[in-house]
Design a protein around this ligand. Structure first.
Ligand code: UGY
Ligand code: MN
Length: 248
């Protein structure tokens, strides 16, 4: 391993954080016996959700989160088996699932896999039924365009129903494309760069970012991205959604 001179692109601030692979700290969690965990976004930062990588060990299995917590996961490498309501589902790369709060399930892998998991306390909406589980693969989803821009492909991984208190999207950028303006909104984001890279503006700082980087954007963090390089940039992005600022 290269000797560290105390440098990293990772940066943790009051209202945003960039966590790069070179500063990952591996840990374990009781719900994931035998697997390696890297928690990259957590309430200790100021976030209202948790995002973490799981290196699911071959033959290992993970349990559902505590009561009241919803879970989304996305397969980055390898394959996992999701067992839900007595049925087994095989999820390969870019396969994903949304498990509503209180749905007992297990996630296992015969040969090992890397997944990213997002969890938070589900916020119900009075008079609206809680969402059903979603199991799919992003590679089979339709591609829309953000604000009609040909250079900004967008895939929505969760249904647009009021029962969902969050959305998870994959946003794409052709080389040189960028968000149309600097966004400021009360909703938070958890972002994982999947491909390519570029420059991310967070508050009043501009960061070079590349595949594997994770960003937490807190409420009202000014945010903008411009893609640089010869191939498309893509990121997986979580946002709290469908609830007022009082409920979120
Ligand atoms: O949906 C969003 O708020 C998204 N456009 N934000 C972002 O990419 N930083
Ligand atoms: Mn945004």
């Amino acid at each position: 391993m290269r000797q560290s001179l105390g440098e990293t692109r990772s940066s943790v601030g009051q209202r945003h954080a960039l966590i790069c692979p070179d500063s990952h700290e591996r840990t374990t969690l009781p719900g994931w016996p035998g697997s390696g965990i890297i928690i990259v976004i957590a309430p200790q930062m100021g976030a209202k959700f948790t995002e973490y990588f799981v290196d699911v060990a071959a033959g290992a299995s993970g349990q559902a989160p505590a009561s009241g917590i919803e879970r989304f996961f996305f397969v980055l490498d390898g394959a996992v088996k999701l067992t839900l309501d007595g049925k087994a589902h095989e999820l390969t790369v870019e396969g994903y699932a949304y498990l509503p709060a209180n749905s007992a399930h297990t996630i296992s892998s015969a040969n090992g896999a890397r997944i990213i998991v997002i969890e938070r306390n589900y916020v119900p909406l009075a008079g609206t039924p809680a969402p059903s589980p979603v199991i799919n693969n992003a590679r089979s989803l339709p591609v829309a365009r953000l604000k009609g821009d040909e250079n900004l492909p967008l895939q929505k991984l969760l249904p647009e129903e009021l029962g969902f208190d969050c959305e998870v999207n994959i946003m794409g950028f052709t080389p040189g494309a960028s968000l149309h303006y600097v966004e400021t909104h009360f909703m938070e984001h958890g972002l994982l760069m999947l491909d390519g890279g570029g420059v991310y503006r967070l508050d009043n700082s501009w960061y070079p970012v590349a595949a594997g980087d994770v960003i937490w954007m807190g409420p009202f963090c000014p945010q903008w991205f411009g893609a640089i390089g010869r191939k498309n940039a893509r990121y997986l992005i979580y946002k709290n959604w469908n609830r007022t600022p009082f409920e979120s």
